[in-house]
Structures are given as structure tokens and as C-alpha cells.
Design a protein. Structure first.
Length: 122
């Protein structure tokens, strides 16, 4: 079940992912298995960052469950994220969950990433 991650749970997943804790937004996840950061940028747009599922828990539906949860709790008409171009599994998941790829960018680390957006109907 997806919930807001508490300090110990979050620290464990951040360490596994190699990511640093952000100073804004809220981390959601499945303890020990998956996490993502949701940043609301006003009432119109939200951003998903640091989406991560542990290698041993991939292909079990946790990523889909987390992405669907973030889509619901964002409560903004527009939700966006970037995915590494070579991460076919995440790109496919995003496409299957209603995100559209709208462009490519190069990250500060030099990774080619795909910019995806979800626009809430109605």
C-alpha cells in the first residue's frame, strides 16, 4: 500500500537508490520497495521526481501502484516527469498510465531524458 514515507523508511530507499533527499515536496512509497517525490508547483502543475523501485521488487506492479497513487494525490490538472531515454520499462509504464512523451532534454549529468506529461481530463 502506498503512503507517505517516514524518515527511516525514506532513508533506506534513498540509500538504495543513490539519491539525495530533496528539501521540498513529499515522498510517497511502498516501504522497502518503491518511492517517488511529488512536488506541487501551485494549483495547476505537479512534478514527480526520484521515482525508484528496488531491483528485487521490479515487475511486481509496485511502480504502477505508486504512479497511479501520485496521479490521484497530486490533484493538479497537469502532472509531469522525466524518464531516462534508455529506461524502456518506465517509459512504457508512463505511456500505459496516460502520460504522453512531449520532448527530450539533456539532464545536468548528461543523460538523455524524455519529458512526459499527464493532463487530467475534465
Amino acid at each position: 500500500m502506498v503512503d507517505v514515507l517516514e524518515n527511516d523508511e525514506l532513508a533506506t530507499l534513498l540509500e538504495k537508490s543513490g539519491k539525495e533527499r530533496a528539501d521540498r515536496g513529499r515522498y510517497y512509497g511502498i516501504p522497502g520497495s518503491a518511492m517517488a517525490l511529488l512536488i506541487k508547483r501551485g494549483w495547476v502543475v505537479s512534478e514527480i521526481r526520484d521515482f525508484y523501485v528496488t531491483p528485487e521488487d521490479r515487475r511486481k506492479g509496485y511502480g504502477r501502484e505508486l504512479l497511479m497513487h501520485l496521479r490521484e494525490v497530486s490533484r493538479t490538472p497537469v502532472l509531469f516527469l522525466t524518464v531516462r531515454e534508455d529506461n524502456e520499462a518506465m517509459r512504457s509504464l508512463c505511456c500505459n498510465e496516460g502520460f504522453r512523451e512531449i520532448g527530450e532534454v539533456i539532464s545536468p549529468q548528461g543523460n538523455r531524458t524524455v519529458f512526459s506529461v499527464h493532463i487530467r481530463e475534465g
